[in-house]
Design a protein around this ligand. Structure first.
Ligand code: NAD
Ligand code: FE2
Length: 448
């Protein structure tokens, strides 16, 4: 590969310049925002409003669990009362694969639908978005991967999230799985943002604790990666900080006491704010690696993020000390008379403690040593071609980070591997080779 011929330092500098340039462009791309209906009963209110829009027939895209739990009732009753025609397609599975989406496209066509309401977690919302863009642009789904690959505007999508995690109800992205290539396909188009979304915490009170935990940390990862990356804007910063505050204040409560409607609503808002932050400022290596775990091992997306988040933050910390310090203050784990270094350390500790309290494992059982080089290569490719990462990572470093989450039993070569590229935990105090310029950038970002 040509990239291999370019020295690493030049690659890092080039990537940083390229991504900063891209950031200047993305800052001005208009991104629509959905009308948000918030509060208990919001899904029924969305049904009432959408019924008035005069669609010929709506497709409700959901999964079997959502339907079985009766979470469609309020919405469907309101649609019926408003005289709207609808059909339900309830086949979505977590990380919906391309062949399944193709069945959804056929169902939409067979039923002469003209708009979609997604009810569910990210998997249902992203299936709906993928169907919407594929209906308008009939070509293989894989060819819609990337930025703005569909010429025609997707059919309208309305969203009712039932997890507080992905923020897909406000984002430009649809993430689906390609089982053939064992990876995830990310379709990005501002026209994929739903027209209207209902944040109805009543639909979330039955979310089991482990899904509450994983999806909540997905939202945290969106906020954190958006806040520490190179494409931040004042608006994305505001959203990211608000999300981080709400998550640290409410996620543990939702995990322990799922029926707490007030905490659930705060998490629903946090997820949406984090979605608004990252749909503008993008994500980073945590997501790049998590997508590989999801594609190869079907690891739930939030869980994959949660396992990798502390390690990627630790590696990135020399470049983002000031930003991590601000996150610590917003998370309520430090005070502004403390040094940035101390606050940054406190934020990393707080993330680890949150993971621990939520029962997030420190290792990924499915991970195999033999897969690590390919996983790291794909993650670096995804990050370096799409994400404004604050501290460049070589493939070797990425492999080292992934190796840290290898379950002890699956790591016969782990001791040897540890001798490989170091991701020095205390690098902030003894900066690694590329840390010096990165620290300057961090200082500028933190305003310090
Ligand atoms: N489009 C985006 O911007 C974006 C962002 C992040 C993640 N994603 C994608 O979203 C997907 C993950 O979505 P997710 O984390 O929301 O999980 P999910 O949609 O896969 O749902 C996980 C499980 O929770 C169940 N569930 C959902 N809501 C429930 C409720 N209220 N009560 C009981 N059970 C419920 C579902 O039936 C499913 O079994 C991944 O494919 C990920 O890549 C997309
Ligand atoms: Fe995510």
């Amino acid at each position: 590969m040509i990239l291999d011929l370019i020295p690493e330092a030049a690659r890092a500098a080039g990537l940083s310049a390229l991504m900063k340039g891209a950031g200047k462009v993305t800052r001005y791309i208009p991104i629509p925002q959905p009308t948000l209906l918030v509060g208990p009963g919001a899904s029924a209110r969305l049904g009432e409003v959408v019924a008035g829009f005069g669609h010929a027939r709506l497709l409700i895209v959901t999964d079997a669990i959502i339907a079985r739990l009766g979470l469609l009732r309020g919405l469907c009753d309101a649609l019926t009362q408003g005289g709207a025609q609808y059909v339900v397609w309830g086949e979505v599975t977590p990380d919906a694969p391309i062949p399944l989406i193709e069945r959804g496209i056929a169902f939409y066509r067979d039923n002469d639908c003209d708009a979609i309401i997604a009810v569910g977690g990210g998997s249902a919302m992203d299936s709906a978005k993928a169907i919407a863009i594929a209906i308008a642009n009939p070509k293989p789904l894989r060819s819609l991967a990337g930025y703005l690959k569909g010429l025609h505007t997707p059919v309208p999508v309305y969203a009712v999230p039932t997890t507080a995690g992905t923020g897909s109800e406000v984002t430009v992205a649809a993430v689906i799985a390609d089982p053939e290539r064992q990876d995830k396909v990310v379709i990005v188009d501002p026209r994929l943002v739903p027209r209207m979304a209902a944040l109805d915490a009543e639909l979330m009170t039955g979310l089991p604790p482990h899904i509450t935990a994983a999806t909540g940390i997905d939202a945290l990862t969106h906020a954190v990666e958006a806040f520490v990356g190179n494409w931040t804007t004042p608006a994305s910063d505001g959203m990211a900080l608000a999300a981080v505050g709400l998550i640290f204040a409410n996620l543990r409560t939702c995990y322990r006491d799922g029926g707490n409607l007030a905490a659930r609503e705060k998490m629903a808002l946090a997820s949406t704010y984090a979605g608004l932050a990252f749909t503008r400022a993008n994500v980073g290596y945590v997501h790049a690696i998590a997508h590989q775990f999801g594609g190869r091992y079907h690891t739930p997306h939030g869980l994959a993020n949660a396992i990798m988040l502390p390690h990627v933050l630790e590696y990135s910390s020399p470049a983002i000390t000031g930003r991590l310090a601000r996150l610590a203050l917003r998370a309520g784990v430090g005070t502004d008379d403390e040094s940035e270094d101390d606050l940054a350390d406190k934020f990393l500790d707080a993330v680890r403690a949150l993971n621990r309290d939520l029962g997030i494992p420190t290792h990924l059982d499915a991970l195999r040593e033999a897969d690590i080089p390919a996983l790291a290569e794909a993650a670096c490719h995804e990050a370096h071609t799409g994400y404004p990462v604050p501290r460049y990572m070589t493939q070797e470093v990425c492999e080292g980070l992934i190796r840290k989450v290898l379950a002890p039993a699956a790591a016969p070569g782990k001791a040897a591997a540890r001798k490989g590229p170091a991701t020095k935990p205390r690098a902030r105090k003894a900066p690694a080779r590329k840390a010096a310029p990165a620290r300057k950038a961090a200082a500028r970002k933190s305003g310090s």
